[in-house]
Design a protein around this ligand. Structure first.
Ligand SMILES: [Zn+2]
Length: 463
């Protein structure tokens, strides 16, 4: 899962979906019996100890994208897939890894800013002392008719990237930029691609931004900003892709099952997201020998934590043919923490789709609560790029997430076998509903997968 502050488009309009269920509850009986029989072909073969052991292996060190630790994880994942008999492809792609500034200083008139506890983690190196000029959100029109030459532009976060704001300010002649948050909390931006056009910049909180604007009402305000140690390095990240062709009566359809193998700096990422990666591996092992009429592709993405870069790369490389035959995408991120809430399926638009229908139906049979898995609305993982190109996709995650995610405390000892078992069996059974040869292809279905009543929940990822 990526940090909330890494995405600029999170504050979506309020939902009108409510908790209304579109489908009527199905009659129980013969249908349920056969579903259980089918589940057993997959569910009974899933060994939760295997998932745990993969997590143990993967979470020995943080797996930051573009580092040797990611390379080692990729090699491990590839070897596992190959040992199950899969054709495995490693997709390489370039990323920019951002190192946070080692020094940030800001003083404005008599106001002294203490950067460290406030998390000034965004910065462009340099030192400037000059007058502050308020410049809206930093769009080109915000600089029209204003003399910002040699001055420091004070810009609100939002609508477009920090990089664009800084470049717009620089183009207008500004010597430095201060970006203040438009929501509460700390800004954890990244620089993106290096650019010679940048001027020194840093980010402050919403509250601090408001204080500066207030101070500017009383006349000219001079700020001194100093940033050092921030840098971007080019690196290579990877997706690992394992494909199994249908074994009989092929429908020519395709199902995608994914997780991200990278973690953030300093976090062993046992739950985020070695848990999802390990579950992908175990499902791949189980499905390797199952009779299937649908192609399946297991993918572990790199650089999810850098802004879903691996999944965007995967989507960009998808052929039109694969796009047209993809039934759905199942993403698992943070699926094993004992300290997280219950399972939920998030879609990017907050609407049900075939993936949530299948997940809810499997949840009704296999969840810890004994109830159909609910759904909600959230981005922040690799289902997003698939949803954005119009494919049905959903994120399986426990929410609210554990408070210690993205920290050194995301370790193996907090992994719950019970939670791993629940998610792996639900996703495995849901996927098998499509892959099993004895159902017609979904598009031409005479016998639809059993749809259950399941509810929208307005549940937050973080408490
Ligand atoms: Zn994460």
């Amino acid at each position: 899962m990526i940090r909330k502050t890494s995405i600029s488009i999170l504050l979506a309009a309020s939902l009108s979906l409510g908790g209304t269920a579109v489908w009527a509850a199905p009659p129980q009986g013969a249908n349920l019996q056969s579903d259980q029989a089918f589940d057993n072909k997959i569910v009974k073969r899933i060994k939760v100890e295997n998932i745990y052991n993969h997590i143990a292996e993967l979470s020995k060190v943080p797996r930051v994208a573009g580092t040797p630790a990611e390379d080692a994880a990729v090699e491990y994942i590839k070897q596992q897939f190959e040992s199950y008999g899969y054709d495995t492809e490693v997709q390489e792609f370039n990323i920019y890894s951002y190192t946070e500034p080692s020094l940030i200083e800001l003083s404005v008139g008599s106001m002294i800013f203490d950067p460290v506890p406030l998390g000034f983690t965004y910065g462009v190196n340099g030192e400037v002392k000059s007058e502050l000029v308020s410049a809206g959100i930093g769009a080109p029109s915000d600089f029209e008719g204003k003399n910002v030459t040699g001055k420091i532009a004070l810009i609100q976060r939002g609508s477009f990237s920090f990089a664009e704001k800084i470049l717009n300010a620089a183009k207008a002649g500004a010597a430095g930029v201060i970006i203040y948050n438009n929501v509460d909390g700390v800004i954890n931006g990244t620089l993106g691609e290096p650019n010679d056009g940048y001027v020194p910049a840093l980010a402050i909180t919403k509250e601090q931004g408001a204080a500066l604007i207030e101070a500017m009402k009383d006349g000219a305000v001079t700020a001194t900003l100093k940033v050092d140690g921030a840098k971007t390095d080019q690196a290579v990240s990877h997706n690992v892709v394992a494909t199994k062709k249908a074994t009989q009566k092929s429908t020519d359809q395709l199902v995608l099952v994914g997780a991200h193998h990278d973690s953030v700096d300093g976090a062993p990422g046992a739950n985020d997201d070695a848990s999802g990666t390990a579950t992908v591996l175990e499902l791949a092992r189980v499905f390797a020998n199952a009779p299937t009429d649908t192609d399946i592709r297991f993918v572990t993405f790199g650089a999810e934590e850098n802004g879903l870069l691996g999944s965007y790369e995967f989507v960009n490389r998808m052929t039109e043919e694969d796009y047209n035959r993809t039934v759905g995408m199942f993403q698992m991120d943070m699926v094993g923490s004992r300290d997280a809430g219950p399972l939920i399926m998030y879609t990017n638009d907050g609407k049900k789709n075939i993936v949530t229908d299948l997940g809810a139906a499997a949840g009704a049979r296999l969840s810890n609560t004994g109830e159909a898995t609910p759904y909600g609305m959230e981005g922040r993982s690799d289902h997003v790029p698939f949803a954005e190109i119009g494919l049905p996709a959903a994120l399986f995650i426990h929410a609210p997430v554990e408070p210690h995610y993205h920290s050194p405390a995301d370790t193996l000892d907090k992994i719950s076998l019970d939670k791993l078992k629940e998610v792996s069996t639900i996703v495995g059974a849901a996927v098998y509903q499509v892959l099993r040869p004895d159902t017609p292809a979904l598009k031409n279905a005479k016998v639809a997968p059993k749809v259950v009543d399941y509810n929208f929940e307005e549940r937050e990822l973080e408490e």
